[in-house]
Design a protein around this ligand. Structure first.
Ligand SMILES: [Zn+2]
Length: 445
C-alpha cells in the first residue's frame, strides 16, 4: 500500500468511491507530486515547493515527526527553507518547527521565516495557560487507540519549547512571493479560528491544511474549544470558486483534477451545511439539544463516502458544536441549569431501584440488547452512587469496552476506553489505582 504514489491512490479512491484504508497514511516518505512540489506523508504532512530563493514549506509536522520529515526533505533538496507556513497552530502542524530551525542552523542557512494567521500566537499562549488540561484531554482522545501517533512532546509540555513563533502574521489575506512563486494565504475559520489555506493561482492549487483531512470534518471535537462548521463549508465553496484543480491536504491524499476536487469538496460542504442548517432550523423552532442530536443526520447519499468516514470526529459532535456556537452551554433541561451533585442524584436512584446491582444488571442487559447509550447512563449512576463498589466498576468497564468496540470515531473510542480503564484501575490491584491517580494528577498538575 505504501508503494503506491499518493496522487494515484487519491485518484483511485475518488474515482471508485471505495475506501482503501489507510488512505490517511503516515509513511514518513517523500513523493514528488508535480515539478518542484513534494509531500512528506506524515502527521501532519509537510508540503514543499522549490523556488529560486529556496524552499517554501507548508506545515512542519508534529513534535516527534519533525526531524524525520526534515530528513526526508533533505533527500530531495539541499536548498535552504526560506519560508515555513503554518496552516494553523495545532501541534501536529507546528510541533516539528524546531527541527526545521535546527536543520537551518546545522547547515549555516538563515532561519526560516515563519508565516501564519494572527491568531496562532494567541493559540500558543492559550496552550501555555492550559497546559495540564491539554495534556489530559489529548491523552484521553488518543490514549491507547493510536499510541504511535506521536503528538506528545517531552514530558510535561503540551507546546514544545522549541516551536518557532511566527515572524509574519496576517488577518484576512496576504500575498507572499518567494523566488518567483507567488502564493496567497487566505484565512478562514473551520477546524480552528487561526486557519490558513494557501492558494497558488498560477498552478490552480490549494494547500488546504486541515480543511481537507479525508475523514469526517473535525468540526465537533467534544473536548476542544469551539469549531466552525458553517465557515468550514464556506471555505470549501471559496476554494471551488477560486478555480482549484488540485487540493493538497495536510492529512490524507492529494486531490488532482477539477472533477475530483468538485466531488470531495462539494460533499464536505454539503454534509456540513446540512448538519448546520438542520440544527439551526430545530433551534429556531425551540428544540433542545436532546431532540436535535437524536434527529439530525448526514444525508443518506453522503454517509458512505470514503472522505467523510466518521473515523476521527463524527456528525453528532458537529451538531453539538453548532448548538454551542449559537446556543450557549445550557442543554435546555431546567434541572441541569443548577444541578445537584451527580452522586446525590445517583444515590436517590439506587435507593429507588433497591440496590446498585439492580442498576448494573439492567445496564448489562441493555448493553447485551444493543442499547449502549442507555446502558452507559445506568453504569454511571451505579459508580456515582458507590464509587468504591467493585461490581459497579466491573459492569462499567464491561459496558464501555463494548461501547468502544461499537463506535467508529477515534474521539468516542478514546473517551470510552479511558472510562473502561479508569474502572479497571479501581478494581485492579492497589498499585494500578495509584498509578492511574498519579497519572491523572500529573496530567492536571
Ligand atoms: Zn492536523
Amino acid at each position: 500500500m505504501t508503494d503506491i504514489h499518493p496522487v494515484q491512490l487519491g485518484k483511485r479512491v475518488i474515482d471508485t468511491g471505495t475506501a482503501e484504508p489507510p488512505h490517511n497514511r503516515v509513511t514518513q516518505q517523500l513523493s514528488e507530486v508535480d515539478e518542484g512540489i513534494a509531500v512528506v506523508e506524515s502527521f501532519s504532512h509537510c508540503w514543499a515547493l522549490r523556488t529560486d530563493e529556496g524552499l517554501v514549506c507548508i506545515d512542519a509536522s508534529g513534535p516527534r515527526s519533525g526531524a524525520v520529515v526534515v530528513e526526508a526533505l533533505r533527500n530531495w533538496s539541499d536548498d535552504p527553507v526560506h519560508t515555513l507556513v503554518y496552516t494553523h497552530g495545532h501541534l501536529d502542524h507546528v510541533g516539528g518547527s524546531g527541527a526545521f530551525v535546527a536543520d537551518a542552523e546545522a547547515r549555516g542557512h538563515a532561519r526560516p521565516r515563519v508565516v501564519a494567521h494572527e491568531a496562532v500566537p494567541a493559540r500558543f499562549e492559550r496552550y501555555r495557560r492550559t497546559n495540564g488540561w491539554n495534556l489530559a484531554i489529548n491523552r484521553r482522545q488518543f490514549g491507547g487507540v493510536r499510541p504511535d501517533i506521536g503528538i506528545e512532546s517531552e514530558a510535561g509540555r503540551f507546546l514544545p519549547d522549541d516551536v518557532a513563533e511566527p515572524d509574519l502574521t496576517y488577518r484576512d489575506r496576504v500575498e507572499i512571493e518567494v523566488g518567483g512563486r507567488r502564493l496567497e494565504l487566505r484565512h478562514a475559520r473551520g477546524e480552528t479560528d487561526d486557519h490558513t489555506w494557501v492558494w497558488d493561482s498560477e498552478d490552480r492549487a490549494v494547500y488546504a491544511g486541515d480543511f481537507v483531512i479525508w475523514v469526517f470534518p473535525n468540526a465537533g471535537n467534544p473536548q476542544k474549544v469551539q469549531r466552525y462548521p458553517i465557515e468550514w463549508a464556506a471555505a470549501m465553496r471559496e476554494m471551488l470558486a477560486a478555480g482549484a484543480e488540485k487540493v493538497y491536504p495536510a492529512h490524507g491524499l492529494p486531490i488532482v483534477g477539477r472533477k475530483r476536487v468538485e466531488i470531495v469538496l462539494g460533499d464536505m460542504a454539503d454534509a456540513l451545511e446540512h448538519l448546520a442548517d438542520a440544527t439551526l432550523a430545530m433551534m429556531n423552532e425551540g428544540a433542545t439539544i436532546d431532540e436535535i442530536i437524536h434527529t439530525v443526520r448526514v444525508p443518506e447519499h453522503l454517509a458512505d463516502r470514503p472522505w467523510l468516514a466518521p473515523q476521527y470526529d463524527e456528525p453528532e459532535f458537529v451538531v453539538r458544536n453548532v448548538y454551542r456556537q449559537f446556543g450557549g452551554w445550557w442543554d435546555g433541561n431546567p434541572a441541569h441549569l443548577k444541578p445537584s451533585r451527580e452522586s446525590a442524584l445517583a444515590a436517590e436512584m439506587v435507593a429507588l431501584a433497591g440496590s446498585v446491582e439492580a442498576l448494573t444488571d439492567r445496564a448489562l442487559e441493555l448493553a447485551e440488547s444493543g442499547d449502549l447509550r442507555l446502558a452507559c447512563h445506568l453504569v454511571e449512576l451505579a459508580v456515582a452512587a458507590e464509587p468504591e463498589h467493585e461490581g459497579a466498576h466491573r459492569a462499567r468497564a464491561a459496558v464501555y469496552w463494548r461501547r468502544r468496540a461499537a463506535e467508529r470515531s477515534l474521539m468516542a473510542k478514546g473517551v470510552y476506553s479511558a472510562a473502561a480503564r479508569e474502572s479497571e484501575a479501581v478494581f485492579g490491584e492497589v498499585t494500578g489505582r495509584d498509578r492511574m491517580r498519579d497519572a491523572i494528577g500529573k496530567a492536571l498538575g
